[in-house]
Design a protein around this ligand. Structure first.
Ligand code: COA
Length: 322
């Protein structure tokens, strides 16, 4: 078995939907501004008592069902998230226990919006090394719990959700290559100023808001994603023309369009969910993947490029055959 391959996908979105019209009532913004600058039309918002693990469990059940696996089959759980239920234990252990998965390797990792790409790439290595036979990999976020609803610069952008995949060894080509990167010199352009060892007392106060220099983030995101897309294809010896689909991080429709242009892909070959989900950080790529799989656009054997970019900055791409 020389590859790891996605055996099933799933997603969960919280019930409550907040439209741009709803936001117009709480901050000085307009549907027109939000749609033209970001592409977002609505987003799902988790309930006050809803956690990342609860959302992951729902997404995981659907992915496990699609993959035809039970809890007993899973031997590894990895979750990419910046908004775990607790500081510890890590959220994957909560998910493992609640799903009835036997004791196994379970950890979470934080790479902001790139969390799922980092998690998938990690699981791919474990499977290729023969150390996992069935990995549950998730990206999930209750990012709106960090949002200051009085700050129009950031509150219009984000949404909540969870995406999951089951990854298994395969003789047929699955994940072709993964490319991860990060550069901490950009920390001040996008961060949340509270952590377990820093400024914890400010959590939940107006002092603790998502800090973002939007236009600078935009520029570096477009440059970096364009570069890694080219590098990924080059290293895999794949031409742009061979690519069937782009499943990008859903932060802003203008970033997605710039990526499609760079890859010579018509927008019909790009899975776009930003209008319905907003930026769901680590959940955005696995949820977009699931949308494409379930509506029948993404088919077995097709070549798909997934990519993401987030605070840090972190970035990454996964080229795979579905
Ligand atoms: N409604 C109305 N006006 C708003 C607004 C809102 N929600 N948010 C900002 N504005 C205003 C600003 O105050 C500014 O007004 P001014 O010109 O009078 O000062 C004006 O709109 C332009 O602001 P600017 O920040 O230059 O807009 P922009 O075209 O860069 O778009 C973002 C802002 C955030 C949509 C865009 O920069 C972006 O998407 N950046 C990337 C963000 C991102 O992807 N983050 C996550 C990375 S994973």
């Amino acid at each position: 078995m020389s590859y790891s391959r996605v055996a099933g996908t799933g997603r969960y979105l919280p019930e409550r939907i907040m439209t741009n019209a709803d936001l117009e009532k709480i901050v000085d913004t307009s549907d027109e501004w939000i749609r033209t600058r970001t592409g977002v039309e609505r987003r799902h918002i988790c309930a006050p008592d809803q956690t990342v693990s609860q959302m992951c469990i729902e997404a995981a059940k659907i992915a496990m069902d699609a993959a035809g696996v039970t809890a007993d089959d899973i031997d590894m759980v990895i979750t990419g998230t910046t908004t775990p239920d607790l500081i510890f234990p890590n959220v994957s252990t909560i998910i493992q226990h609640e799903l009835g998965i036997p004791a196994c390797t379970a950890f979470s990792l934080e790479a902001a919006c790139t969390g799922f790409i980092y998690a998938l790439s990690t699981a791919d290595k474990f499977i290729k090394a023969g150390e996992s036979k069935c990995a549950l990999v998730m990206g999930a976020e209750c990012i709106t719990k960090l949002v200051d609803w009085k700050d129009r610069n950031t509150c219009v952008l984000f949404g909540d959700g969870a995406g999951a995949v089951v990854l298994k060894p395969s003789d047929e080509q699955g994940i072709v290559s993964c490319h991860l990167g990060a550069d901490g010199q950009y920390k001040d352009l996008l961060y949340y100023p509270v952590g377990a060892s820093n400024n914890l007392a400010a959590a939940g106060t107006p002092a603790a808001n998502i800090m973002m220099t939007g236009n600078e983030v935009f520029k570096v995101a477009v440059q970096t994603l364009g570069r890694i897309a080219s590098e990924t294809l080059e290293k895999a010896g794949v031409s742009k023309e061979e690519l069937d689909w782009l499943v990008p991080h859903q932060a802003n429709i203008r970033i997605i369009q710039a990526m499609a242009k760079r890859l010579n892909l018509p927008m019909e070959k790009v899975i776009v969910t930003v209008q319905d989900h907003g930026n769901t950080s680590a959940a955005s790529v696995p949820m977009a993947l699931d949308v494409g799989v379930r509506d029948g656009r993404l088919k077995r054997g097709q070549l798909i490029l997934m990519e993401a970019f987030g605070g840090g900055f972190t970035w990454g791409s996964v080229l795979m055959r579905l």
